[in-house]
Design a protein around this ligand. Sequence first.
Ligand SMILES: Cc1cc2nc3c(=O)[nH]c(=O)nc-3n(C[C@H](O)[C@H](O)[C@H](O)COP(=O)(O)O)c2cc1C
Length: 283
Amino acid sequence: MDLTTNYLGLTLKNPVVPSASPLSKHLDTAKRLEDAGASALVMYSLFEEEVRYDDDMLDEYFFHQDIGHLEASSYRPQPDDHPSAIDNYIEQLHRLKESLEIPIVASLNGVTPGGWTEHAQELQVAGADALELNIYHVSAEVTETGEMVEQRYIDVLKAVKKKITIPVVVKLSPHFSSVANMVHRLEQAGVTVIEARISHLAYAPEIANAMLRRQQASAIIAARKQIVRGAVGMVHLALDELDENDIVDLDEERKAAMVSNLLVVLCGEEATTPVVNAGTLYT
Ligand SMILES: Cc1cc2nc3c(=O)[nH]c(=O)nc-3n(C[C@H](O)[C@H](O)[C@H](O)COP(=O)(O)O)c2cc1C
């Protein structure tokens, strides 16, 4: 029976394409998928945070330590000796392209447009037949609306599309209120195919755990930001009111001490125990 189909402008011998998973991390498992009849293969994802973390580490270890002393510089580690996440990913893409005959779809996972999306171009140059974008953002920011979250998807897609000419697939999470509208907007932004079959229940525990940790970290940072913003506002208010009503005249040092005390009280995780100062402030 002829099962030939067209996906992403590629003619595939059948519609069975294993989705992103660690099976593409090893040549033997990838080869077994091909031998079992897979007509194309989606690689595991390169994660935005991995790329960013690598960039930060490279900055810290290679560039921030440059003190402009030639002899000392020769002892610094060289970036070329330390392959980054993107180097490793591209190397695996090369290996898969060399060993397999089926098309290989690279996969990027991220939630912000920006420098890391430049890597889409490197993946195209390295031979990826198409690129899948796995954008999965659960917002923990109270000021971020659903509309803004949707816009992120479009912005990431646009940033990537600017860089490459190979077809782009977007892997959608099932959590959109208006999937049809989202699909329409993604199509207008240049996506070739939309996959809407990601279900986080299907994630292996290690993936679910990593995603959960990421979401928890974002939630904690967002909550902390909110607390600090509120506390700074209250301190500001306290200083202004004391000043406006001529209640007390504080010099800069006393002001700094009061700000520090108030921030500890307002931002602290635990209730603080006040100590009442019954003497002069200047002893
Ligand atoms: C162990 C494992 C690792 C995965 N890794 C990725 C990944 O790196 N990138 C990605 O986009 N999806 C990843 N997924 C999601 C799958 O590609 C797929 O979308 C998901 O399992 C749902 O598809 P299904 O309902 O057909 O199983 C992974 C899934 C599993 C089980």
